[in-house]
Design a protein around this ligand. Structure first.
Ligand code: ATR
Length: 263
């Protein structure tokens, strides 16, 4: 029986076990996938269980995506460029850190049939997932990527990874084609990010990385004002699918059942 884990702190909310266990069952694999809440202390011991083959793969979530890097032997180019790891596996006795959030975001955008080429994108937030989104947007040839974060210094730090970012003051609303909420504002139903829609024209694309709740106030208000919207559910499913493929060598089926697992 192979053992897989998602680790983070907090971890209660994680829906990765539901999705991976669904695919494990569908494919008749002899494996388990569980969630484990960790402290920074526990991180090191756990990673070494990968080398001992006690654990066969790990998904990493907030707040360890960066910290975990020091316990890996090698990073894939995606993890290296974003300094962010969400998937761990063993290859030729080396502990490899990889990032499937990039692929997750990219495939979710293709599903929306929104062409990023030459588009101006505004990202709200500068947390763990933002480097992956920026790399994906660069790959998809966005013409301009602007970042606005409540703590401006954290947005400025992203320039160490990506030179061409435009950093804005929190609350500034420039012209954009697509706006992405990558903050944690919206996780509670009552959360309001406080966008001034009088400054935003119609027919923009509003994307929220949050998928639970299904529709944040950010998306609800955007829809009311005549904009296209999408939540982060597909991104989450596709990042999980990419990890699954690495660990089991199987492309898992993505269908309505899997979307319902997360509803
Ligand atoms: P981490 O910062 O540990 O990577 P995260 O969940 O990935 O955690 O990121 C949280 C993001 O939501 C950050 O961009 C955070 O802004 P700060 O850098 O200023 O903390 C943003 N955020 C959280 N609460 C917010 C709020 N009430 N208003 C605006 N932004 C908020």
């Amino acid at each position: 029986m192979k053992k897989y884990l998602v680790i983070g702190n907090p971890i209660e909310h994680s829906m990765s076990p539901q999705i991976h266990n669904y695919w494990i069952k569908k494919n008749n694999l002899s494996a388990t996938y569980e969630k484990e809440k960790l402290t920074a202390e526990g991180l090191k011991n756990l990673i070494f269980k990968i080398r001992e083959k006690e654990i066969h793969g790990i998904n990493v979530t907030v707040p360890f995506k960066k910290e975990i890097i020091s316990y890996t032997d090698n990073l894939t180019p995606e993890a290296e460029k974003t300094k962010s790891v969400n998937t761990i596996f063993l290859n030729k006795n080396k502990i490899i850190g990889h990032n499937t959030d990039i692929e997750g975001f990219e495939r979710s955008i293709y599903d929306c049939q929104f062409d990023i080429t030459n588009k101006e994108i505004l990202i709200l937030g500068a947390g763990g997932v933002v480097p992956s989104i920026v790399l994906a947007l660069n790959k998809m040839k966005a013409s301009k990527i602007m970042i606005s974060n409540r703590t401006k210094d954290k947005a400025e730090e992203l320039k160490d990874l990506f030179e061409k970012l435009t950093i804005l003051n929190w609350g500034d609303i420039p012209n954009f084609d697509m706006i992405i909420n990558a903050t944690s504002v919206g996780l509670k139903n009552s959360d309001e990010i406080g966008l001034d829609f009088s400054k935003i024209n119609k027919n923009k694309f509003f994307y929220d990385v949050i998928y639970n709740p299904n529709e944040t106030n950010f998306l609800k208000n955007a829809k009311k004002h005549g904009n296209k919207t999408e939540n982060g559910k597909k991104m989450f499913i596709y990042q999980a699918a990419a990890s699954f493929k690495i660990w089991h060598g199987i492309e898992p089926q993505i269908n309505n059942d899997i979307i319902n697992v997360l509803s």
